[in-house]
Write a protein that binds this ligand. Structure first.
Ligand SMILES: Cc1cc2nc3c(=O)[nH]c(=O)nc-3n(C[C@H](O)[C@H](O)[C@H](O)COP(=O)(O)O)c2cc1C
Length: 353
């Protein structure tokens, strides 16, 4: 099967512009065309439990791939242990003008400024009600035309729409493609936002695990401040990290691309550093979902050892193709056994001094 992807499907997909290839990929998944790559057996060493949920393996597909919750089941059947749908916003919106997604093959990276193009929280929630193939989180964000002063109400609207169908909810304050969204990571804004969502959540008879997703571009003091607020408001965890506005270390000429979030291999190390910083500061309280530049099982294992109990990938899947999740999982299980661990949990934080 790797041959089919490497020699045929990927060259074909990479001839198209990146967003068309993505749309076709989603349609192919919806139509069941990825069935030859399905891999549903699970290695028990990979099973893990966090915030009241059981994951058959720790590898999720990161937010942004299935923005509208249309391919949760096929993604699960390819081997992902969980799917994070979204980002969804309270009202539907078209996102930024195209082109807005770019490949950097020499760097194993992508730059995107999609800008939360999505069908809106109500439509996505109705869709998710019908499918429950695996753990499915929903990532919520702010509509572009809403000012930060009104962000709390806008987030609450999205949250109320999706909470009953989401296994967990991610509060996204770290996309670089919605003007000023990242300012919501600042202490005062974040305190108000997390406080309001946590209070709303507790009013329900079935409160959901809440996580906050942060940027790799925060300094240590800001990361620690997010940890403090997440703890104060009893969040379940932190997702580290979103894409970066940095262009450091790239070999590709990106001068004509313009703004957007960088993902993939160039952000791997920084995202792992952020995970380590969170784990050091808050070793047991908060669950960490580690994401950024995972292309191999070793990359996933490194994030676990830095403190992540679950991991996610997006860009690695784009480059690695439909066999990616089962390959990463098989390799991760082998690494755990080789290093003498009997579960993912045992390895969490093991490289943090
Ligand atoms: C095309 C694209 C769209 C994305 N859209 C979202 C999004 O809507 N919400 C979000 O929280 N993260 C989004 N992300 C960020 C990813 O979820 C992930 O945090 C980031 O890409 C780092 O992981 P990776 O290096 O494995 O891609 C997007 C990433 C890409 C490449």
């Amino acid at each position: 099967m790797p041959f089919l992807w490497d020699k045929l499907l990927r060259p074909l997909a990479f001839k198209m512009d990146a967003e068309s290839a993505h749309e076709r990929g989603i349609r192919a998944l919806e139509a069941g065309l990825a069935a030859p790559f399905y891999s549903e057996e699970t290695d028990p060493i990979l099973e893990c439990s966090r915030f009241g949920l059981t994951f058959r393996n720790p590898l999720g597909i990161a937010a942004g791939f299935d923005k509208n919750g249309v391919v949760v089941e096929p993604l699960a059947r390819l081997g992902f242990g969980f799917v994070e749908v979204g980002t969804v916003t309270a009202r539907p919106q078209p996102g930024n003008p195209k082109p807005r997604l770019f490949r950097l093959p020499d760097d194993n990276a992508l730059i995107n400024r999609l800008g939360f193009n999505n069908d809106g929280a109500d439509v996505v929630a109705a869709r998710l009600k019908l499918s429950k193939a695996c753990v499915a989180g929903v990532n919520i964000g702010r509509n572009k035309d809403v000012a930060n002063d009104d962000a709390v109400e806008n987030f609450l609207e999205a949250f109320r729409a999706v909470r009953d169908v989401a296994d967990y909810v991610t509060i996204n304050v770290s996309s670089p493609n919605t003007p000023a969204l990242r300012e919501l990571q600042q202490r005062e804004h974040l305190n108000e936002l997390l406080g309001a969502l946590a209070a709303e959540n507790l009013e329900s008879d079935r409160p959901k695990p809440l996580l906050v997703k942060i940027a790799p571009d925060l300094d240590d003091a800001s990361i620690e401040s997010v940890c403090d607020l997440a703890t104060t408001h009893r969040l379940s965890g932190i997702i580290a990290t979103n894409t970066s506005t940095s262009r450091d270390g790239l070999t590709s000429d990106v001068s004509s691309i313009g703004e957007g979030g960088l993902s993939g291999r160039p952000i791997r190390r920084r995202s792992t550093e952020v995970i380590r910083t969170i784990y050091r500061y808050s070793p047991r309280g908060l669950a960490i979902i580690g994401v950024g530049g995972i292309f191999t099982s070793e990359d996933a294992f490194e994030k676990v050892c830095a403190g992540a109990c679950l991991v996610q990938a997006y860009t690695g899947f784009v480059y690695g193709g439909p066999g990616f999740p089962s390959r990463i999982n098989a390799g991760l299980a082998a690494i755990l056994r080789e290093r003498g661990f009997s579960s993912v949990d045992e390895a969490v934080g093991s490289s943090v001094k």
